[in-house]
Design a protein around this ligand. Structure first.
Ligand code: ZN
Length: 502
């Protein structure tokens, strides 16, 4: 593993150096000064962040991200205190507080102003529907903020925003932003969306970086219990990353409108296991002294969210009617990845298929009522969209494999979509999926789509597993499945394909 550790070729080092040399931090590409944020955190009062910024006004509105913190009338501004503004000469500027996390500033567009405010890191005193992992929290070893929770912004067009940190000497910052090589705690952020969809951890945590081609995965590990397991996590992540790259034929290749070459995964110990993805980044909390199930869920969250950098970001559905493919097929490859790295054996894989997916499908009241194309229901009907989509993916994989003597599979569809849509702004649609799947299996899938994708007919998962060398039945709300005792050669190939071996 050490040979793979944090390598960078001499050439890419040189490129980074040249890039930094010619891109002066603090200026937009047209030479005008960019917006600059300075975040001060004191070791003795970790639960306060003082933010000072200099911004050039595009209009008279100041705002924080409109996503999240719905439980407060003032949204993210619930945690903002003592917001003040001045002209560059130091004259106070009036600010009116508006509804939500919005303000009106009494200064002319085009003028450059200073802002100062304090964020009280009290987010953990409140209930969060998605969990604290998507908001902000403090630990003994440092602080976690999402961009949403800390940045007050102005305008829409800002580029090359600078974020600087003033933190205790022993601390460091893990963030997905581009670091200035000459100034260790100064970062450049390409636009406001990237700023608000980001997250960072500042403290005495440990960091680990994995580089493949031009893509970098950054891990921040916090808490003694997590740090002792960091080798386990990083070898897991490298194994999963290499499995996905090999499957797809390359590193994530997002649309130019949402370009990224770094993802950060922030892992901290906590009282509960939870995970959230924001932008291209993953925040995971792992329960201290967690059991096998919470270990499984922590890894599952990582492998699922990470696969979205391909299935979701490199190729994207044009509409909600393909959410089942994005979420469900991702679940299928998540299990394959966890099998590939040896975290799950065959029995654990099949048990997870029942415990985590089949059970939720079977109990979901939307199954048989709504169709898989109703992706807008995915939060209320996880079982229908996430499990049902997974079962549609398994069914199609088995159909393709069995009708082509295992020459073709769902893997080919993934590679095709990645190749066709990676690096573009286009998305795939339902008709294209139907024709790709029909071509791959050399059998018309119109009826499958009519019944199980556009229609509301339950997917008989056992039937498709039995095509692939399993003995499966669905009894009393459970999926009972095992490998066929006496598999013939083709059956063995199909079941191996199901586990992601070929
Ligand atoms: Zn997902």
């Amino acid at each position: 593993m050490s040979a793979k550790f944090n390598f960078r070729s001499v050439n890419s080092c040189l490129l980074v150096f040249l890039f930094t040399f010619f891109t002066a931090f603090g200026y937009e590409t047209d030479g005008s000064p960019s917006d600059n944020y300075r975040i001060h955190i004191d070791a003795n009062s970790k639960k306060k962040a003082i933010v000072e910024c200099e911004i050039t006004l595009e209009d008279d509105k100041l705002y924080m991200s409109p996503i999240g913190a719905n439980q407060f009338p003032s949204r993210w501004a619930h945690f903002v205190n003592d917001l003040e503004a001045w002209s560059m000469k130091g004259e106070p500027i009036k600010i009116d507080t508006l509804a939500g996390s919005n303000w009106k500033i009494h200064a002319d567009p085009g003028s450059r102003i200073k802002l100062k405010y304090r964020i009280n890191l009290d987010h953990e005193d409140f209930k969060w529907s998605g969990g604290i992992d998507g908001a902000a929290y403090a630990r003994d070893w440092g602080v976690f903020y999402t961009g949403r929770s800390i940045f007050i912004m102005n305008g829409q067009q800002k580029k090359d925003i600078t974020v600087e940190f003033d933190i205790p000497k022993k601390w460091k910052v893990s963030s997905p932003w581009t670091n200035s090589l000459s100034q260790p705690l100064v970062y450049s952020v390409n636009n406001l969306t990237t700023l608000s969809d980001s997250m960072f951890f500042a403290g005495t945590h440990e960091e680990y970086r994995i580089q493949r081609e031009n893509f970098e995965l950054i891990f921040a590990f916090g808490g003694a219990e997590i740090i002792v397991q960091k080798d386990k996590f990083t070898s897991m992540a490298e194994g999963i990353m290499d499995y996905y790259i090999n499957l797809m034929g390359g590193v994530p290749n997002p649309s130019p409108e949402d370009a990224f070459d770094k993802s950060i995964v922030i892992l901290n110990s906590s009282s509960n296991t939870d995970g959230e993805v924001i932008g291209n980044h993953i925040s995971i909390l792992l329960k201290e002294n967690g059991d096998m199930m919470s270990e499984m869920i922590g890894r599952f969250i990582f492998a699922h969210e990470f696969f979205h950098l391909w299935n979701g970001k490199s190729f994207t559905p044009a509409g909600n009617d393909c959410e089942w493919f994005k979420e469900g097929v991702t679940n299928y490859y998540t299990l394959k990845a966890l099998y590939h790295i040896g975290f799950l054996d065959k029995n654990a894989y099949l048990k997870t298929l029942n415990d985590l997916f089949y059970q939720r499908y079977d109990k979901d009241k939307g199954v048989g009522v709504y169709s898989l194309t109703q992706g807008d229901l995915k939060h209320d009907h996880w079982g229908l969209i996430y499990s049902g989509g997974m079962f549609a993916g398994i069914a199609q994989d088995m159909i393709i494999r069995s009708s082509t003597s295992n020459k073709n599979s769902l893997d080919n569809i993934m590679r095709h979509l990645y190749k066709k849509y990676g690096g573009t702004n286009e998305g795939y649609d339902l008709d294209e999926l139907e024709s790709l799947l029909s071509e791959a299996s050399e059998t018309d899938q119109a009826e499958f789509f009519k019944d199980h994708i556009l229609g509301t007919k339950r997917i008989p998962l056992y039937k498709y597993l039995n095509m692939g060398g399993f003995d499966a039945e669905e009894t009393d709300g459970s999926l009972l499945v095992q490998l066929k005792k006496e598999q013939n050669g083709p059956e063995k190939e199909l079941s191996d394909g199901f586990f992601g071996v070929n």
